[in-house]
Design a protein around this ligand. Sequence first.
Ligand SMILES: [Zn+2]
Ligand SMILES: [Zn+2]
Length: 75
Amino acid sequence: MTPQDCPKCHAELERSGELKRHCESCNSDFNIEITCHQCGDVLQRLKACGAVSFWCNNCNEQKSKSTAVYTFIEQ
Ligand SMILES: [Zn+2]
Ligand SMILES: [Zn+2]
């Protein structure tokens, strides 16, 4: 996953878990929700040969990392 900026202060976020990010700058914690760009459903993570891709149960097809929508939810 590429580095992401804090939605609040735009500092670079630190990885604090598989789908968790921490911002040192404003002391916020975020959960990452990965959703389908077409239907908005939460995607399932697939791991095949080291490459990460996603599966949408609603569209019933595989989604690439580049089309997935990443949403930061403040904890
Ligand atoms: Zn921040
Ligand atoms: Zn979908």
